[in-house]
Design a protein around this ligand. Structure first.
Ligand SMILES: [Zn+2]
Length: 107
């Protein structure tokens, strides 16, 4: 796979993820409206909120990683480890296209 193909894939992934994060955030906002439920329902609702918050954070982190990878492609530094400057193996990039560290630095 060449870099252009990887970039296109990352952009598609970013758009999809951005949409997912947007939806999660819309749901979080909705659930922040005043509660008019009994206590048991509130407890369930709160649990859902925590799950949503966690999803939101994971999604945002992934989104940042993808954005950063696209930026590295544009800057011509994609595939170089941000820590040691060494090469991030093609195999590793295949599994994690937005990996910014070589296997050694990531572990
Ligand atoms: Zn490294």
């Amino acid at each position: 796979m060449n870099v252009d193909e990887i970039r296109a894939k990352l952009v598609a992934e970013r758009n999809e993820l951005a949409e997912r994060v947007r939806k999660i955030e819309a749901r979080i906002q909705r659930s922040e409206k005043p509660l008019e439920q009994d206590f048991a329902e509130q407890a369930v609702e709160q649990e859902n909120d925590e799950v949503l918050d966690a999803l939101d954070q994971v999604g945002r982190k992934e989104l940042e990683s993808i954005e950063a990878a696209i930026k590295r492609i544009d800057e011509g530094t994609y595939g170089s480890c941000v820590q040691c400057g060494g090469e991030v193996s093609a195999e590793r990039l295949k599994v994690i296209p937005y990996a910014d560290k070589c296997r050694k630095c990531a572990s």
